[in-house]
Design a protein around this ligand. Structure first.
Ligand SMILES: [Zn+2]
Ligand SMILES: [Zn+2]
Length: 293
């Protein structure tokens, strides 16, 4: 709920002769809506992204004749429509009974740290910098939490569920034990808690993080992906190897970037594997070998 009764009042409060186009749109949409209602949008956006973003990948998987097979990271693994739908259905349960309620119940924290909904809107530069910080905080924290989940206890009790997909698919991004959803939800909330911004930035953060998680679980390394231009971005190939090696994996723990695995030496097996693949003209390694993690 904005404290201004009209656009003219908002302009006067900001000391401006006019609002920007984006601010006018925001005013018209949010002026009479409660902050809690606006925050609930996060859950809806994430659910739509989780449902819609993997659909092109489902089509690629079901259309082997379309010529995208050469971009598939584990080309010998093919999932049927029903197998992919089962994954979607299972994650939908997790979403409605855990992710959604968790997001809705976290509103007091959002309020406490000062996520704002009013005017002025943040500049594009402010949004970019905050999102960058959120990704860095998430990536670093996720690295260590994920690494912890690969200890014997963490893997056997919790993390093995996420690793059921040794060749991941987009829908498997959120496929995990409920305890893992809680544990790895912390890194996602940490950035906005440490560096609170505008509600729009928060929406963008959860949407982009969800798209990124689907991308790294896509199973396809598409050469024209715009993420190829992001420095140190791990992408599907990086995380796919983590699933490929499976429970014994002590490689590629990071969620977004590659620098943590490089710094802490947890990408040695992956780099060795890439070297072998580069020399393996017959493609026998992908078929036969699972290198040591
Ligand atoms: Zn793992
Ligand atoms: Zn994964």
């Amino acid at each position: 709920m904005l404290p201004h009764g009209s656009i003219q009042e908002a302009e006067a409060a900001l000391g401006r002769s006019s609002l920007t186009f984006a601010e006018t749109v925001w005013f018209n949409y949010s002026a009479t809506k409660s902050e809690y209602f606006l925050y609930c949008h996060t859950t809806i956006f994430v659910f739509f992204i989780f449902t819609l973003a993997p659909l092109p990948l489902v089509l690629l998987e079901l259309s082997p004749s379309a010529g995208f097979g050469r971009y598939k990271i584990q080309p010998r693994v093919h999932l049927s429509f029903s197998e992919m739908f089962r994954c979607y259905r299972d994650v939908t349960w997790i979403f409605f009974f855990l992710v959604g309620p968790l997001q809705l119940l976290s509103y007091p924290t959002v309020k406490m740290v000062g996520i704002r909904t009013g005017l002025p809107l943040p500049s594009g530069w402010e949004i970019f910098l905050q999102l960058f910080v959120y990704f860095m905080i998430e990536d670093y924290t996720h690295y260590w939490f994920h690494r912890f989940l690969h200890c014997k206890w963490g893997y056997e009790k919790i993390h093995h569920v996420h690793h059921e997909y040794t060749a991941p698919i987009g829908f498997a991004a959120l496929y995990a034990h409920w305890a893992e959803v809680l544990i790895l939800g912390i890194p996602s909330f940490l950035g906005p808690v440490i560096v609170p911004g505008h509600m729009i930035t928060l929406w963008l953060w959860f949407v982009l993080r969800q798209i990124e998680a689907i991308d790294v679980h896509s199973g396809y390394d598409l050469p024209w992906s715009p993420t190829k231009y992001i420095p140190f971005y791990g992408g599907a190939d990086h995380h796919d190897y983590h699933h490929y090696v499976g429970g014994q994996s002590h490689n590629n723990f990071a969620s977004v970037f590659t620098y943590c695995d490089f710094l802490y030496g947890t990408d040695k097996g992956y780099r060795h594997y890439k070297k072998l693949l580069a020399k393996d003209e017959g493609g026998t390694i992908k078929e036969n070998a699972v290198t040591s993690g």
